[in-house]
Write a protein that binds this ligand. Sequence first.
Ligand code: PMP
Length: 454
Amino acid sequence: TPSTRPAALLEDLDRRHVLHPHERGHRSQRRVMVRGQGSTVWDASGREFLDALGGGIWVAQVGHGRQELADAAARQISELAHFTSFFEYGTDKSALLAERLTTLAPAGMDRVFFTCSGSEAVDTALKLARLHHHHRGEPDRNWIIARHYGYHGTTYGSGTATGIPNMQVAVGPNLPHVEKVMPPYPYRPEMYGGQGTTEFLLNELSETIERLGAGNIAAMIGEPVLGGGGVIAPPADYWPRVRELLRSHGILLIADEVITGYGRIGSWFDSAPRGMDADIITTAKGLTSGYVPMGAVLMREEIAASVAGGERDFFHGHTYSGHPVAAAVALANLDIIEKESLLARSLAISEWFRTGLAGAAELPSVGDVRVEGAMAGIELVADKATREPVTDTLALAVADELYETHGVITRNYGPTLVLSPPLVFERAEAERTTSAITEVLGRLDVASGRIAPR
Ligand code: PMP
């Protein structure tokens, strides 16, 4: 058996002692996972699940149970388990990893700052952007432009930049000087009042810059493709035109690649192919495939030079910055992504999802199917003609039904059911996922708000 402790006891311990702020649907039943191999995980009772959401949260690039990563961690723990990269120190592994990342990143991204999470990476980027301007003699550039439907994390800074409704509420005043604009959402053109999507968004951005004053704005932050917002890709001309407008006003662009980085959409980073030409890139998740916590902020040399060379010190770092065990695992993880050609595999998964979801797209409850590399968003609607979304509760019920009856792990973000599996996902696993989804959605009766029994 995968665990020596009885499942009921573990579930009870978790329920009694672990705080789960997002108790989805306020469920009382816990799901305690104990083992993983490839794209399969087992819970404490020994039941097997197909992990179509990468560790339940868009991660696990190289899959579960990789001995190479366990070995890399064990070797590093024996050699030097921890020494901080805060202050005047560094480690061999963090230096090697930083160099490796700069070779994979878009040209000009020559400096790296290590964090322990994506949220910290985003906070770091926001601070870097402001400090960069301050050190160049523009201390009023404090505003950050973020987007509705964007997801950037849950610290005060990254949480404030997050624009998904109902997140970061009731936690007191948020970070000041953050303004939200609309994102592209091609399935919902009514958001743009009859104008073309990019046209509307560029006008809105121009007006926002004018209203705040260009000389008061530090940066705009955005995901190349919205992740938690529902897997929404922009029209091809969106990022190049946003980039051009921002540059003409001296405003930096931060690409949040915490989801899209490290092969999720077929390349190491997705911001450059989308025309973002970012000044700062935030990453985490796929950097270590989740085996150990680590994030990395990549930046142009001029950003690093301005913050390091100014009269005011950039006091920023963590006890675990550049953690050598995390860095050793990241290096081994990048080796696997390369050796097993997982960037190409993510495009294969894309095709399997596209083909496998073609039938589901025709169902009355499915408004839009969006596949971007090895991720997919299936937006559920109560009415296909009006595109009225289903309730979050009903979308959650679909994810639960997939879990209970098919043993397939997915999640709903609002009305959108999301897939983001390990990049080692096999064709048969993709097919099992898409046929389970088609089967469950075939039983979804949006009129009554129920899923009919099988
Ligand atoms: N940015 C994006 C785009 C994300 O999707 C996430 C997490 N889902 C984060 C930042 C925050 O990362 P973390 O949960 O590691 O703090």
